[in-house]
Write a protein that binds this ligand. Structure first.
Ligand SMILES: [Zn+2]
Length: 421
């Protein structure tokens, strides 16, 4: 008896490969170049085969043709902060996660960066996404390194079930004496594209990890305050991407509390502090990416929830200040989508919040395409529309540069050169 998976595989092998031709599109290619109208893009074998003005290139005769007159063609969006496998046996059971991934893809998200979970589950989800067993964005994921202070957290137990906390290759406690060559080689062995630095790390250890990660060609992704390491220690340590705008508010502090005591020390800043301006200059000089994760601060808009409103306002103020100082911004939600079938992915709201924080709609689109692909380690295949890159694309019925909420006006999502239902 054929299982659903086998049926799908047979279907893939027996379908003739037809090219897909997208004509008369207005192209926003993700590089920041101005939109180009009247463009034809040919997709073949899951890749972008050609990009040319209408009528200037030969249209393959064996192709399906779509007329995109009055529509906008973009690289598929990328959510640079999701969690798909924090607790694979309860909240992140496979059917629920597949539902969230389906929502994300149908809502225009063609790739995600998972910021730590059970790499056994993530490796299998990523494989299933790559071969088309599940309807899903590409999944790039991390292995978590942290000081011992984090390992009493219940999320550690659920994400490394069956192993003593802090010993899994993907959820690892590190100390000054840790053999980082070995630990990072094992992290790479899980299939992770990045190391997530989470908490309880000193400036010296951050720098040592980032240097060894560079040597082994794996990215370093960090929370922007690691208790005791401050934002500037993380930037100067050589981390590639820093997450959570509110953590920037720790920079003007004199000495950070321990990771366990951090909640007692919530801070408010103005944004124009000299230490923050020095921090932003250092981030810019190192070409570091800042991922504000504004969506996670929004507090679901509950009436009377002034704490969340204040936190979001502070996070948006810090994002505005960093962006104005020339720091490159990445779009990530820290919450991919609700479980409800057909729900829009939360990345669209993140884009709206980024524009509300001073990014132009074009800046926001770059944050969710080119910058997010670079953050996820997927820039060879994703993030811009270029010949040879993956045919993972988004077609909109309305102009996202006129109004960023038009990213929700989806005409078509294309994954691996085929239309998603
Ligand atoms: Zn997160």
């Amino acid at each position: 008896m054929a299982t659903a998976m086998n049926t799908n595989m047979e279907w893939q092998q027996t379908q003739p490969v037809r090219a897909l031709v997208l004509q008369h599109a207005t192209l926003i290619d993700g590089t920041g170049a101005p939109p180009r109208s009247g463009m034809t893009v040919v997709l073949r074998d899951g890749r972008i085969a050609s990009i040319a003005p209408d009528g200037s290139g030969a249209v393959p005769t064996d192709a399906d043709v779509r007329d995109l007159t009055g529509q906008w063609l973009l690289p598929g969006l990328i959510d640079a902060h999701v969690h798909l496998a924090t607790n694979p046996s309860v909240s992140d059971r496979r059917p629920r996660v597949e539902g969230r991934l389906r929502n994300a893809l149908r809502g225009g998200v063609v790739a995600v960066r998972d910021m730590a979970g059970d790499a056994r589950a993530l490796a299998d989800l990523s494989r299933a996404a790559d071969v088309g067993d599940i309807e899903s964005p590409v999944i790039s994921y991390s292995a978590l390194l942290s000081g011992p202070g984090f390992f009493a957290d219940p999320r550690v137990r659920s994400a490394s079930a069956g192993l003593p906390p802090g010993t899994a290759a993907w959820t690892r406690a590190v100390f000054d004496t840790t053999d980082l060559r070995q630990v990072i080689a094992e992290a790479r062995g899980t299939g992770a594209r990045g190391l997530k630095l989470y908490a309880d790390l000193t400036p010296a250890l951050v720098a040592k990890i980032a240097a060894e990660a560079k040597r082994q060609r794996i990215k370093t992704w960090a929370h922007l305050a690691l208790f005791p390491a401050k934002p500037i220690d993380i930037v100067q340590g050589g981390v590639d991407v820093g997450s959570h705008a509110l953590l920037l508010a720790w920079e003007p502090a004199t000495g950070l509390p321990t990771y366990e005591k951090r909640a007692d020390g919530d801070r408010t800043v103005r944004g124009d502090e000299a230490s923050l301006q020095r921090l932003f200059a250092a981030m810019k000089a190192r070409n570091m990416l800042l991922e504000p994760t504004l969506w996670v601060y929004r507090g679901a808009g509950r009436p009377g929830d002034t704490t969340s409103a204040q936190r979001l306002a502070q996070a948006q103020m810090l994002t505005r200040a960093a962006h104005a100082a020339g720091v490159r911004i990445v779009a990530g939600t820290d919450g991919i989508s609700s479980d409800e079938a057909g729900a829009m992915p939360n990345l669209h709201e993140e884009l709206r919040l980024l524009v509300e924080s001073g990014l132009t709609p074009m800046d926001a689109l770059i944050a969710a395409t080119r910058h997010a692909a670079e953050a996820a380690g997927l820039d060879a295949t994703h993030g811009t529309i270029a010949i040879g890159k993956a045919a993972d694309l988004l077609v909109l019925k309305a102009d996202p540069l006129a109004d960023i909420t038009n990213t929700r006006q989806i005409a078509l999502v294309i994954r691996r050169g085929r239309e998603v239902k």
